[in-house]
Design a protein around this ligand. Sequence first.
Ligand SMILES: NC(=O)c1ccc[n+]([C@@H]2O[C@H](COP(=O)([O-])OP(=O)(O)OC[C@H]3O[C@@H](n4cnc5c(N)ncnc54)[C@H](OP(=O)(O)O)[C@@H]3O)[C@@H](O)[C@H]2O)c1
Length: 248
Amino acid sequence: MTEENQDHPTTALVTGANKGIGYEIAAGLGALGWSVGVGARDDERREAAVRSLRASGVDAFGVPLDVTDDASVAAAAHLLQERGGRLDVLVNNAGITGGLPQEPTLVSPEQIRAVVETNVIGVVRVTNALLPLLRRSPAARIVNMSSGVGSLTRQSGTTDALSTGPISAAYSPSKTFLNAVTVQYAKELQGSGILINLACPGFVATDLNGFRGVRTPEQGAAIALRLATLPDDGPSGGYFEDAGVIPW
Ligand SMILES: NC(=O)c1ccc[n+]([C@@H]2O[C@H](COP(=O)([O-])OP(=O)(O)OC[C@H]3O[C@@H](n4cnc5c(N)ncnc54)[C@H](OP(=O)(O)O)[C@@H]3O)[C@@H](O)[C@H]2O)c1
């Protein structure tokens, strides 16, 4: 992973870091001694998360960020530019389900559009805005938070309900879309030193699922932390959960 440098601490940005899995990813990266940007769209929630992370010893700083808003993303890139101009790790964690029902016969076009705007286009918007800063890192890593429900193999197979989730014509396909886009990034970034991978946290108890998940946010953060700290010969364009590779 990146070399520690007195003038420039290893710096990460986690989107949607004010709660849930994103907060725990920020905490985990902070525990490595890194400087961690807490990307969040709501001022109060962001500042509360920064305060709480700092209280636990993390070098955290707030980054106002709505991943669906061009101006907000440009301002976040500007803020990071002003803070030293280099980003070592980007975790695209922000995500929404879009609410229920999501049966294909009931889902609204607006629901699908909103979910894709956040879960897919938001990732592209943030990644592209921050790539100039990531390219200044000797070994940048990008982690995109996907889900096992984005696996078409699992969706079309007979695996258990926990790994396929409810019928979903917006959320699950948005993660399949994100997977496909991430593979294209990996192809374009091949040889750049930047490794980009997809993480599935498992079924985690957070706001996203009304806290019905069976894992803790800390457990959910573990795979993202692993992919954020890959060695230079680590994989790129892969799709992983704690147990290993997820079938596409
Ligand atoms: N929980 C699970 O079982 C599970 C399973 C598989 C994958 N995942 C993925 O893991 C990631 C984190 O989910 P979570 O379970 O921790 O959910 P969560 O507790 O609901 O957190 C989602 C985070 O994303 C933020 N967010 C949503 N839209 C945003 C936007 N437009 N701009 C900036 N931030 C935005 C939320 O901010 P606000 O507080 O402002 O809404 C919040 O900080 C998501 O990508 C999710 O799809 C979760």
